[in-house]
Design a protein around this ligand. Structure first.
Ligand SMILES: O=C(O)[C@H](O)COP(=O)(O)O
Length: 320
């Protein structure tokens, strides 16, 4: 059986599938050619990340396709319900990348509180004499320790963020409409662990109490943070979005950054992907990354292995 891994697949995933007798194709096929390629090559399994879109037309156009696999968490690039209704298996790997995304949240947080995104662009060239002036411009950094981090969406990634924040000595609060009490297990390298209860608050209260806010919610209709929500936040709040473009109103965010209401933002995802608006790209108070939350060797290894295991189990069961 053939597998098309159109947005790439880790060596661990390729090896596991090949060992089980699958042929894995990792050539990138252009979006408009994917259906033809699948039909002409008798592909049974299509594996994607977020780049390849698996919409109704592609699903309808590939009757022989048995499994659609998303290497990662967000399934917003796949018409999941429709695909399942047509009898296809649709799978993802929700647990594999939490730590990597959480670490990127802190990369953006540390960047924001010490102005790294701006300092990186402004380091002096040979002959520049204003080194002291530059130091002064970045003199008012902030420590994370002792500050309150508000986490909106307390699933796997939100919880991974909470654990890291506790390690830094931050106070953590969470808002999640699907959650009552929030308890997390914090593991240490020596096998010991502690259970910590995280206070949950309605979103409006979290906005008022948080020095920094990080979003861990799926793509949805409408903004989670728009002008009205920004106005409820503490002055000087820092905001991180490593979740999905479109959950923050970028026009309102730019306005709040320019007014000083928000002191910095860290964005890994954008309303317009893959080419964010120029006002976002050029803003000195925004730390930017190109949707790389899950882009670590460790996460991609786990994703590849987990996808392979699921594909093998589904197709083995079907063929037995
Ligand atoms: O939903 C996810 O898993 C992340 O957004 C990662 O997306 P990517 O696989 O396209 O990097």
């Amino acid at each position: 059986m053939k597998v098309l891994a159109n947005d790439g697949l880790s060596k661990s995933g390729i090896n596991a599938l090949e060992k089980a007798g699958f042929e894995v194709i990792t050539t990138k096929v252009a979006q408009e050619q994917v259906a033809n390629f699948i039909n002409e090559n008798n592909v049974s399994v299509l594996l994607v990340r977020s780049a390849t879109k698996v919409r109704k037309d592609l699903i309808d156009g590939c009757p022989g396709l048995k499994v659609i696999g998303r290497g990662g968490v967000g399934m917003d690039n796949i018409d999941v319900d429709y695909a399942r209704a047509t009898g296809k298996h649709v799978i993802n790997t929700p647990a594999s990348s939490s730590e990597s995304v959480a670490e990127l949240v802190f990369a953006h947080l540390f960047t924001g509180v010490r102005f790294l995104q701006d300092a990186n662009r402004n380091m002096p060239l040979e002959g520049d004499t204003n080194f002291e002036g530059l130091k002064k411009a970045y003199a008012n950094g902030t420590e994370l320790r002792g500050k309150t981090l508000g986490i909106i969406g307390f699933g796997r990634i939100g919880q991974a963020v909470a654990k890291m924040a506790l390690g830094l000595g931050m106070k953590v609060i969470a808002a999640d409409k699907f959650l009552g009490k929030a308890e997390i297990k914090v593991d240490f390298y020596n096998g010991q662990f502690i259970i910590v209860e995280i206070p949950t608050e309605p979103q409006e209260d979290l906005f008022r109490h948080s020095h920094f806010i990080t979003l861990h919610v799926p793509a949805q209709d409408g903004y989670v943070i728009g002008a009205a929500e920004l106005s409820q936040m503490r002055d000087g709040v820092g905001i991180i979005n490593c979740a999905r473009g479109g959950v923050i109103d970028e026009v309102a965010l730019i306005d709040a950054l320019d007014q000083g209401k928000v002191s910095f933002a860290g964005l890994d995802v954008f309303e317009s992907e893959p080419t964010p608006e120029i006002q976002i790209l050029m803003h000195p108070k925004i730390s930017l990354t190109p949707h790389i939350g899950a882009a670590t060797n460790e996460a991609q290894d786990r994703i590849g292995t987990e996808l392979a295991e699921q594909v093998i189990s589904i197709l083995k069961t079907e063929n037995s």
